[in-house]
Design a protein around this ligand. Sequence first.
Ligand SMILES: [Fe+2]
Length: 205
Amino acid sequence: MSHTFPELPYTYDALEPYIDAKTMEVHYSKHHRTYYDKFIAAIKDSELESTNLSDIFAQISQHSPAVRNNGGGYYNHILYWNCMAPNGGGTPSGALAQAINDTFGSFAEFQDQFAQAAINTFGSGFAWLVVKDGQLLISSTTNQDNPLMDVAEVQGEPILALDVWEHAYYISYQNRRPDYIDAWWNVVNWDAVSEFYAVALAQGR
Ligand SMILES: [Fe+2]
């Protein structure tokens, strides 16, 4: 396989008014693109060019900081983009809704715990909903680490990603990370997250 830079699944202005078009343009075409380009440079002429990302992350402690930071940035943003959609928001349904209720008590309680994890991520990082041994867990990582990495405190399959780097929200929200998180719930693509959940379970994660 080769590592390719994916298209954004919607236009830059598709998540307005919750995430502004300028933020999306810079975030995708500059930040994400740079992680991808630097990752490709870091793995050039090595076996990692034909190693899939989850296998790379499973042994990330044995690779360079350039592979860790840029490979993470490359993957994390793909999941983040795909967890959002215009006309998103609302609540999940089906098996994911049931699992959230069973694990956290209610969707509102889940939202509260997830938002707290995102707010309390010190500096730059991501909040995650993770499937581990068939169970749902909330976690956060700093910089561009993720739960697929062998260095992560909580390891498992991420099915929902929230980027809390300032570059994800500064233009509209400045330092008000909680306001960005409140708005972000309106663009979460629960159909996609449900699909990621089903795939993770099917893979025995
Ligand atoms: Fe980002």
